[in-house]
Design a protein around this ligand. Sequence first.
Ligand code: SAH
Ligand code: DHB
Ligand code: MG
Length: 223
Amino acid sequence: MDSPRDWTAVDDYFTDELVRQDQALIDTARGDARTTAPGIAVSPPQGKLLSLIGEMIGARRALEFGTLAGYSTLWLARAVGPQGRVVSLELEEQNAAVARENLTAAGMSDRVEIRVGPATATSAALVAEPAEPFDLVFIDADKPNNPAYLEATMALTRPGSVIVLDNVTRQGRVADSESTAPDVIGVRTALRTIAEDPRLDATALQTVGMKGWDGFAVIYRRS
Ligand code: SAH
Ligand code: DHB
Ligand code: MG
């Protein structure tokens, strides 16, 4: 019982038993076929975890790096509630269009804003704007830019904010300190920065499931 097929079966079971996606979530997940990168959205159990974290901390403002079809965005939008706001940063207009369609169909268009362009630029623009800090940040765009996204996140959050960094295992390659792969370096540099920042405390978990061998870090901004 340790093949990817078994991991998917268990994810399906948890999804059926506990996540119980409604039609809007199912439709949004299916919409990813029309994006530039089908198949890499968070799994339903992971999406629900994001949403539960948001609810547990009473998040009213959430920021996301990497929208794709808006699946994780929809979970975040539900967590922040009708008075809340989600800003999601996406490089590809094609993906943003799919996501906007999904989020509008889900009744979330008034609380979600998708900004198109390289997230290094769109996050820098956010830093320059006067606005309340974000309570929850989900970093899930191109992995080589994780350090830049983390830096912007520090300018956009407050003590008490929570940051989730997706896809930290890189199929195990993250443990290779000699790796020259840009995604591995992006993850390792971000984790080192987090470890050395006295304002931050963090852990990371490996996962198996419908996305194979994966994992995410949860980061708490203490000060
Ligand atoms: N968070 C989504 C999945 C995001 S997949 C979910 O779980 O449902 C990663 C996304 O990051 C893709 O849509 C990709 O187009 C986007 N991306 C890649 N490079 C980017 C960049 N430089 N700036 C912003 N978004 C980027
Ligand atoms: C990839 C990116 C993701 O955000 C993800 O959740 C899984 C895979 C990737 O670029 O391969
Ligand atoms: Mg991801």
